[in-house]
Design a protein around this ligand. Structure first.
Ligand code: GLY
Length: 367
């Protein structure tokens, strides 16, 4: 099997040589027609680290100077985000682990380590000790989002674990652990499915309930949220060795694996009507990374098999590995209630590439 994935990795590498050249200076989110759009003007957008992360992952394989140059350019552009308080939120891990964090790991850059710590300090400052959660979104200054936490944030906790590792200061790790404990309690349901949003009273910390968010409805199963939970709790286990995080990741993984449709393609929400054709390849790719991490930790073959099934389906029917268009995955969706579904999203491409690298034993571990 490893050979097939190495072959796909080689195709991704060749494709991205052309794509990086064609899109020099851009920070892509999706595509206009066959080619990447550019979010450079919307510098605080949560996905702005993924293109650089993909380039750093490929740089880790063959040290291609163009990939490094483009990734470093994104990292420098993101410095403007540090000057915009309302654009700093719970997604700092996505933005800076995959840019500055990757650069620090692969080149030892001191400037990048500095950026990583700035981002970690800001993320730590979002901790609400009354409810033991990291606040998610900002608001216009009226406090409306002060009590909101979201499952996606599990993927940003590694920024805090890394900051403790870099500084020897346990505060960052302590905050991450307390947030993960809260997420375990309030987001993950008995059957292993997950809520997207949990709402707390920001003054008292009282849990007020869950909201549907990017999924279909309150109580439904937004698939990308479940993917964030599988991978995010597995990463919290990797950084802390706390068994309860591993058990939570496995519980969500089992629910996810039971829900995979026969054709192997993941819907936007596991509760959506069968007639609805809205898919999310990004959920499949993120879940695969989480399942491969679970396989690495536990050695249980079921996780490897499920990841290969998901990735095999993507490789067969949802991938463009030619250089004719910029994206790799073709049918991602940002949210169930959006008008548009089944299009390119840069984080889908990042996680697909990361999963292929894991299967080829060539990953740089960035989380
Ligand atoms: N973190 C936002 C999303 O998954 O769409």
């Amino acid at each position: 099997m490893e050979l097939i994935w190495r072959d796909i990795l080689e195709k991704i590498y060749r494709k991205e040589e052309t794509v990086a050249q064609r899109n020099a200076g851009k920070i892509p989110y999706s595509t206009d027609g066959n080619f990447f759009d550019d979010r450079s003007e919307d510098i605080c957008w949560w996905t702005n680290g993924f293109w650089a992360g993909l380039l750093w992952q490929l740089y880790g394989v063959k040290k291609n100077a163009l990939f490094r140059k483009e990734a470093e350019r994104v990292e420098r552009k993101l410095d403007r985000n540090f000057t915009i308080a309302r654009g700093m939120d719970h997604d700092s891990g996505f933005k800076w682990l995959l840019t500055a964090g990757a650069n620090a790991l692969l080149t030892g850059s001191g400037e990048s380590k500095n950026r990583l710590l700035l981002a970690a300090n800001d993320l730590a400052g979002r901790f609400n000790p009354a409810g033991n959660f990291l606040r998610a979104w900002n608001d216009p200054g009226d406090g409306t989002n002060a009590g909101i936490a979201i499952i996606d944030c599990m993927m940003n906790l590694p920024l805090l674990y890394r900051a403790s590792g870099m500084t020897g200061d346990p505060r960052f790790r302590a905050i991450a652990v307390r947030h993960a404990e809260t997420a375990r309690k309030y987001f993950v349901r008995e059957d292993g499915s997950c809520a997207h949003i949990a709402q707390f009273d920001p003054e008292t910390g009282e849990f007020l309930g869950t909201l549907g968010g990017q999924g279909m409805a309150v109580g439904s199963s937004w698939t990308r949220g479940q993917s964030w939970a599988i991978y995010g709790f597995a990463l919290s286990y990797r950084h802390t060795r706390r068994e309860q995080f591993l058990a939570t990741s496995e519980r969500v993984a089992h629910n996810f694996m039971e829900c995979i449709p026969k054709n192997g393609y993941i819907p936007v929400d596991f509760c959506q009507e069968q007639a609805c054709d809205a898919e999310d390849d990004s959920a499949a790719a993120i879940a695969s990374c989480g399942l491969l991490e679970l396989f690495r930790i536990t050695g249980k073959e079921e996780y490897l098999q499920a990841a290969e099934r998901l990735l095999g389906a993507l490789a067969e029917g949802r991938c463009d590995l030619t250089a004719e268009r910029d994206n790799i995955l073709t049918r991602c969706s940002a949210a169930y209630h959006d008008e548009k579904h089944n299009f390119a999203l840069i984080y889908g491409d990042y996680f697909f590439t990361e999963a292929v690298l894991k299967l080829s034993d060539k990953e740089t571990f960035l989380w």
